[in-house]
Design a protein around this ligand. Structure first.
Ligand SMILES: [Zn+2]
Length: 91
């Protein structure tokens, strides 16, 4: 007699997969795995988008006084790097 390792359902005709799960529980686990994968892919795509923004070029004027106007763009990239590190290590 089979008995599902997750929900405990048992029966003579109960089909279990190779990990001892009934079809219902196996489906639920599969769905949860898919949701987690989608969630991870969404998170990862977001990280890649920020990395691309950070890697983007900063136009710097050859004239020194105008070149200084580019400094905030570097600060913005540093802020994005810090935010990225927070997202990666605090989630
Ligand atoms: Zn089950």
């Amino acid at each position: 007699m089979g008995r599902c390792v997750i929900c405990g359902t048992q029966g003579i005709l109960l089909k279990l997969d190779n990990q001892g799960r009934c079809e219902n529980c196996a489906q639920q686990v599969l769905r949860k795995d898919q949701e987690e994968e989608e969630s991870f892919n969404y998170f990862y795509a977001g990280l890649l988008r920020v990395v691309k923004e950070i890697q983007g070029p900063v136009e710097i004027d050859k004239e020194l006084t105008k070149a200084q106007e580019s400094i905030p763009q570097f600060q913005e990239k540093i802020d994005k790097c810090n935010s990225l590190l927070n997202d990666v290590y605090n989630d």
